[in-house]
Design a protein around this ligand. Structure first.
Ligand code: F3S
Length: 646
C-alpha cells in the first residue's frame, strides 16, 4: 500500500492498528518521547504508577526549560526529581539551562522518518527535520514510554505548495503568520500540514522548524517537511549525518487540499493581541510605540535568528524606551553566538541576555509593563500569558523585532536598508555535556522526592447515571491557559495536584476552586474550540480532582479532548450548537445510562435539564476512549491492562 505523502509514508511504517483513512481511529508506534518540566513531573509519576522497570522507546528525553526560576525550594527539588527518575527509568536528562526542548531536540535527536510524541504542544517543531512529531498529554507520553502505541484519528494531509523565495527581511515566521491569517487557529484541526514544492528547498531546517512549530497554533495534529539534501546538510553540521534518510512525497501524492504560497510575495506580518491568528501586515501597525521586545521561544531562538538580530544591530543601539531581551534557544545557540562574535553586538547595543529556556514565553519573568506593547518572536499571545494581565503582545519575526527595538516603535524591517548576509554553519559546536544519558541499569537509582512531589490522586470508575450541576459557563476559544494558568506562582506546583487545583479556572472565575469544593459532581459548559493551546494535562487533572465529570461544549481542541478522556472527564459536544443558549450556571443536568451508552458504542445521549427541556450531546469517541472513560481514566485502564498481562 504505497502512499504518496511523507506523512502517510511515516504513518504506514508505524501503523499498529487501523488504516490510512482520514478520520478513522489509528494507533502508531512511537520511537521517541520528550517531556518538559511543566508536564514532565506528572508524566513520570504516571509512568512510575504503570509499574514498568524501564522505558521501551528508542529514545526518551526529559528537558527542563519552562520554569528555571529558583525563588524557593520547589523548582530546585523538581529538577532533582526529574534527573533521578530519568536515571531510574532509562531516560536522557537535559539539564536546566541546556535549552528549550524543541530546539535541543531538533539539534541533537530529531530523525527523519521517525515518530516523536512529546508532552508539549509545540512538539511538531521536529517536523522540520522530516519526522512525524505530535504533541500530547503527559499520560499519553507515559504510555508511549511504556511501549504502548499512540491512538489518534488518521489525519487529513493538507499540502502546502511553496514556490518562490523569501524577500530580504522576510522570514519563516512570516510564512506561518500568513497561514494563520488565512486559516485561523481552527484551520488545522484533524490535519497534518505537509510542505512541498520548489520553495521548500529555499528554507533551512531551522526555518522549517519555525514553520512547523507554529503549525500548532493552527490546531494541526502535526506539520511535516520532507527530508532532503537541506536536511542532510543540517544533520551533517550537527555531526549526525548517519541518521539521515531521504523522505520525499511522490509526484502523484494526493493531498486532501492544496494551499499555494508564493514566498516571494510575502511581507513582514504580525499577530496582534490576543490571538496568534489576528494577523496583519507590519506596515499597517507602523509607528505604535513599543516598550518591550523579546527574541526567543521555541518558535524563533535558533542560531539563525540570533544571527539576524545581532547583524542588524551592528553599530546601532536599542531605543531608550525599549527593554530588549534575548532568550537563546539552547546552549548550542549561545555557544555558537559567542564563537561567531554575535554576542558582542547584542551586548554593545543594550540587549539583556537571559539563560537558554522558555522564560518569558510562559510568564516566567520578563512580564511587560501594563497596557504597553510587547513585541515577541514567540508562539502565543493569549491574554495574560505574559504575566501582565492587561498585556498587549504582538507576535513577530526576529527581523521585525529588532527593527522595532532600534526605533522604539513598530517598524517594518525593510526600512533598515540592505539585509545582512546570513551564514548557515557547516559545523555547529557539539557539546552534549548538558544531556545526561541514563545508566545501563537504573534499578538501583534512588528517586529523590522533595516535599512538593505529591502522589497522584485516585479516581473512581464512571457510575451508570450522572446527576451534574453546571459550575461554570464559558465562551468560545477558551484556552488551557484559562483553565489552568501557568506563571511563576503556579508552575512550581505542577507535581502537587491539591495545591495547583486551587488555581483551576482562576483566569475566568476567581472562586472556582472554592465553589467546586462545596459539592459536585460538576459539568462545565463551553463554546467552540474549547481547550485550545497547550498540551497541559493539569487543565484536565485539576478539574477532575475538583469533581468535574463532564464538559459540554460546541467543539473541543484535539489535545485537550484527549486529556479529558485520560482523566475520566466525558467530552460531550452539543448536537445543536444553539442549545448552548439554554444552558446556564447553577442548572442541574441529568444523564441517565451514560455508562451503558458508552459501553454500547452509542454516539449520542440525551441530557435532561432541570427546566424540563432536553438537549442532545454527541460522543465522538473510539472504543478505547469509551473503555477508558468507564474505568475512570487512563491510569486505571492501563494498570488493569498491565496487571492482566502479568
Ligand atoms: Fe517553551 Fe514557549 Fe515553546 S513555553 S516550549 S518556548 S511555547
Amino acid at each position: 500500500m504505497a502512499q504518496g505523502t511523507v506523512t502517510e509514508k511515516i504513518i504506514e511504517r508505524h501503523l499498529v492498528e487501523g488504516e490510512l483513512k482520514p478520520g478513522t481511529p489509528i494507533a502508531i508506534k512511537i520511537d521517541q518521547t520528550l517531556t518538559q518540566d511543566a508536564t514532565g513531573t506528572m508524566a513520570y509519576l504516571e509512568f512510575e504508577a504503570i509499574g514498568i522497570d524501564r522505558v521501551r522507546t528508542e529514545l526518551s528525553v526529559s528537558y527542563v526549560d519552562h520554569n528555571l526560576l529558583q525563588t524557593d525550594f520547589r523548582n530546585a527539588d523538581d529538577h532533582r526529581f526529574l534527573q533521578s527518575i530519568a536515571a531510574r527509568f532509562g531516560i536522557h536528562f537535559s539539564r536546566p539551562g541546556n535549552g528549550i526542548c524543541h530546539q535541543v531536540h531538533l539539534e541533537r535527536f530529531a530523525r527523519p522518518g521517525k515518530t516523536l510524541l512529546g508532552s508539549d504542544s509545540h512538539t511538531p517543531t521536529a517536523g522540520g527535520c522530516g519526522m512525524l512529531a505530535i504533541g500530547a498529554g503527559g499520560m499519553d507520553v507515559a504510555l508511549a514510554m511504556a511501549g504502548q502505541p499512540f491512538h489518534l484519528r488518521m489525519p487529513e494531509v493538507v499540502g502546502i505548495h511553496l514556490t518562490g523565495k523569501l524577500s530580504p527581511w522576510v522570514s519563516a515566521k512570516d510564512v506561518i503568520l500568513e497561514l494563520l491569517r488565512r486559516l485561523s487557529v481552527k484551520g488545522g484541526i484533524g490535519k497534518v500540514m505537509e510542505y512541498f514544492g520548489p520553495g521548500v528547498k529555499t528554507l533551512s531546517v531551522p526555518d522549517r522548524a519555525a514553520i512547523a512549530n507554529l503549525g500548532t497554533e493552527l490546531g494541526a495534529t502535526s506539520t511535516v517537511f520532507p527530508s532532503d539534501e537541506i536536511t542532510l546538510k543540517f544533520l551533517k553540521a550537527q555531526k549526525r549525518e548517519d541518521q539521515w534518510e531521504e523522505l520525499i512525497s511522490e509526484p502523484d501524492a494526493q493531498y486532501s487540499e492544496v494551499i499555494e504560497i508564493d514566498l516571494s510575495t510575502l511581507e513582514p506580518m504580525a499577530a496582534c493581541p490576543s490571538s496568534p491568528d489576528n494577523v496583519v501586515k507590519v506596515k499597517e501597525l507602523e509607528g505604535k510605540p513599543v516598550a518591550q521586545v523579546i527574541v526567543g521561544s521555541c518558535a524563533n531562538s535558533s542560531f539563525r535568528d540570533i544571527q539576524v538580530v545581532s547583524k542588524a544591530l551592528h553599530g546601532k543601539f536599542i531605543h531608550q524606551d525599549v527593554s530588549f531581551e534575548i532568550n537563546p534557544g539552547s546552549r548550542q545557540v549561545l555557544e555558537m553566538a559567542e564563537k561567531e562574535g554575535l554576542l558582542r553586538d547584542l551586548i554593545h547595543a543594550g540587549a539583556r541576555i537571559h539563560q537558554s529556556g522558555c522564560l518569558g514565553c510562559i510568564g516566567m519573568g520578563q512580564a511587560p509593563p501594563t497596557d504597553a506593547i510587547s513585541l515577541r518572536t514567540f508562539t502565543r499571545n493569549f491574554p495574560g500569558r505574559s504575566g501582565t494581565k492587561p498585556d498587549q503582545v504582538y507576535l513577530v519575526s526576529p527581523e521585525t523585532a529588532v527593527a522595532s527595538a532600534i526605533h522604539g516603535k513598530i517598524t517594518d524591517p525593510r526600512s533598515l536598508g540592505e539585509a545582512p548576509e546570513l551564514v548557515e554553519p557547516d559545523e555547529y559546536i557539539i557539546n552534549d555535556s548538558g544531556i545526561i544519558p541514563p545508566p545501563e541499569d537504573g534499578s538501583k537509582v534512588e528517586i529523590v522526592r522533595g516535599p512538593n512531589i505529591k502522589p497522584l490522586p485516585q479516581f473512581d470508575p464512571l457510575p451508570e447515571d450522572l446527576e451534574l450541576e453546571v459550575i461554570l459557563k464559558v465562551g468560545d476559544n477558551i484556552t488551557t491557559d484559562h483553565i489552568m494558568p501557568a506563571g511563576s506562582k503556579i508552575l512550581p506546583l505542577r507535581s502537587n495536584c491539591p495545591a495547583i487545583s486551587e488555581y483551576c479556572y482562576s483566569a475566568v472565575d476567581a472562586d472556582f476552586a472554592k465553589r467546586a469544593k462545596t459539592g459536585g459532581p460538576w459539568v462545565v459548559i463551553g463554546g467552540e474550540n474549547y481547550g485550545q493551546g497547550s498540551s497541559r494535562e493539569h487543565a484536565a487533572l485539576a478539574p477532575r480532582y475538583l469533581g468535574v465529570r463532564a464538559k459540554l461544549v460546541k467543539g473541543f481542541a484535539r489535545i485537550h479532548k484527549a486529556n479529558l478522556i485520560n482523566f475520566g472527564i466525558i467530552p460531550l459536544v452539543l448536537k445543536d450548537p444553539n442549545d448552548y443558549d439554554h444552558l446556564e450556571q447553577g442548572m442541574k443536568l441529568s444523564i441517565k445510562g451514560i455508562r451503558s451508552a458508552l459501553l454500547e458504542g452509542k454516539d449520542e445521549i440525551e441530557i435532561l435539564l432541570d427546566n424540563g427541556k432536553t438537549v442532545q450531546a454527541v460522543m465522538e469517541l473510539s472504543d478505547r476512549d469509551r473503555d477508558i472513560l468507564v474505568k475512570g481514566g487512563l491510569l486505571n485502564w492501563v494498570k488493569e491492562k498491565v496487571q492482566s498481562s502479568t
